[in-house]
Write a protein that binds this ligand. Structure first.
Ligand SMILES: Nc1ncnc2c1ncn2[C@@H]1O[C@H](COP(=O)(O)OP(=O)(O)O)[C@@H](O)[C@H]1O
Ligand SMILES: [Mg+2]
Length: 470
């Protein structure tokens, strides 16, 4: 079952609570009705008694007087209609309303009943029989009083509504408290979720479970076991690539030397010489590939939190430019740099050198003769920003998103392994930095931006411009 855990728990709580409120509301409604009925019946009884007691003989005739007090009992804002009926023997109407029906078999014990008047109004009524004695004569007088139910209904509402509101408020309060409680209690779980969700592919350290409820510990343990298996697996793989690359280097160097030797010896035989030349090219390619694989494996064994070394990026760039100036001249490219001095970054020297080399090498290789390649580096708060800018063909937006993939090559015109940018990204990430590709000004060329973390505090900034004319 999907959805929010909090939502579902609240729902399970709301269900029984709502049921409780409904049952409790219905019971209290019944209760209020009984109370209102009792009060109404009491008023009716008092009224019928007052009227009954006031009936008397006067010169042998029965006189009925309705005392105002008998009717005042029913005064209320709802203004109920009150009816009475006083009857002598043989149903002789002495006073009141003949519409008010009397039940059969009345006695001196008052009887309550509900009836309908001729005009359809429902009324609650009480009736009893009173014996009147006068000099040997007995007359039976039946007295009935009735009233409409408006004030009684109003009373039920008046009594019941506050009760209902109280119940409802209790429900809302209970739900709010539970919601708060759940939010509070689910916080460690949400933190755990964020911890797992925010992890980069390199963060393979176990999740900490100290603040978690013990019910959640098994889940965290299972995740941690999974993470540990993954991290072991990647370590094994990395080690294998590193070992393989290392093992390949020696035979490759040997092979290269032997090819060189064979070329010198077989110089007169043209087909053999051609074969040896292409063998030499192949062995060079394999050497490059092996070196790049080794470099990648080295970069992968670093974790951002593990790098503590600091390197002078300015020096690294200057060194790389010195190495590559030959390639620049050979390709007739204007290679220049604008560097701030003493740019100290956190990172490994060999890896940082490989990063810069790969970027400048790419720029020199892919830019057409006569082009221009510029390396800039400057500090920006706690980062150092390195840019390699060229005015070559650039990389299309679509290919840019794939350029960092291993073995991806946008074109096969030039030689390459497709590992250069993958290595650059790996090194940048592993040293806690980032790398991004963008088109140059006016959509011409490529701008590679690398951000690295700065090392020790440096305030001195001197602009130094290196430029070599090819
Ligand atoms: N400065 C650049 N200008 C144009 N294209 C580039 C540049 N740098 C890299 N590329 C493209 O990105 C691809 C991947 O580069 P990289 O990973 O270094 O592999 P490789 O250089 O071995 O082909 C290259 O094949 C190339 O097509
Ligand atoms: Mg390359």
């Amino acid at each position: 079952m999907s959805g929010s855990l909090r939502g579902r728990l609240l729902w399970w709580l709301l269900l029984p609570l709502a049921l409780f409120v409904a049952v409790s509301g219905a019971l209290s409604y019944q209760n209020m009705q009984e109370t209102a009925d009792l009060l109404q019946d009491n008023a009716l009884l008092s009224s019928v008694r007052v009227i009954g007691e006031d009936i008397d003989w006067d010169n042998g005739n029965i006189v009925v007087q309705i005392p105002p007090a008998a009717l005042e009992l029913f005064e209320s804002p709802e203004q109920d209609n009150v009816f009475y009926r006083v009857e002598g023997t043989q149903h002789r109407l002495l006073a009141g309303n003949p519409d008010l029906r009397l039940p059969a078999g009345l006695s001196s014990v008052p009887v309550f009943y509900t009836t309908t008047l001729d005009d359809g109004r429902r009324v609650r009524a009480v009736a009893y029989v009173r014996q009147l004695f006068d000099s040997g004569r007995t007359e039976e007088v039946t007295v009935a009083v009735a009233k409409t139910q408006r004030s009684r209904d109003a009373m039920v509402t008046r009594l019941w509504h506050p009760q209902l509101i109280r119940l409802f408020l209790m429900l809302v309060l209970a739900m709010s408290l539970v919601y708060l409680g759940l939010t509070f209690e689910l916080r460690p779980l949400m933190k755990l979720k964020d911890d797992v969700a925010d992890r980069g592919p390199l963060q393979l350290e176990p999740i900490r479970a100290e603040n978690l409820h013990f019910e959640l510990r098994p889940i965290v343990d299972a995740i941690n076991q999974c993470i540990s298996r993954m991290s072991q697996q990647t370590a094994t793989q990395r080690q294998f690539i590193s070992d393989a690359a290392h093992q390949l280097r020696t035979p490759l160097t040997l092979l290269d030397a032997q090819i060189q030797f064979a070329r010198q010896r077989g110089g007169h035989d043209e087909p053999l010489s051609d074969a040896l030349t292409s063998m030499h090219t192949s062995s060079r390619k394999m050497t490059t590939l092996t070196n790049k694989l080794l470099l990648l494996a080295q970069a992968e064994s670093v974790t951002p939190s593990g790098v503590q070394d600091q390197v002078d990026l300015t020096m690294v760039i200057a060194g790389v430019l010195e190495q590559l100036i030959v390639l620049a001249q050979k390709r007739d490219i204007d290679l220049g740099a604008e560097l701030e001095e003493d740019l100290i970054v956190i990172g490994d020297e060999a890896l940082t050198t490989a990063l810069v080399t790969n970027l400048v090498d790419n720029a020199l290789r892919y830019t057409q003769p006569g082009g221009c390649v510029t390396v800039t580096a400057q500090r920006d708060e706690d980062r150092v920003i390195l840019r390699v800018v060229d005015n070559g063909p650039g990389i299309s937006a679509e290919a840019r998103s794939r350029a960092f993939e291993r073995f991806y090559r946008a074109s096969s015109d030039t030689e390459g392994t497709g590992l250069g940018l993958a290595i650059v990204r790996e090194i940048a990430y592993r040293q806690g930095g980032t790398v991004a590709l963008a088109a140059g000004a006016g959509g011409i060329g490529l701008v590679v931006t690398v951000e690295l973390r700065t090392g020790r505090e440096e305030t001195r900034t001197v602009d130094k411009t290196l430029r070599s004319e090819a």
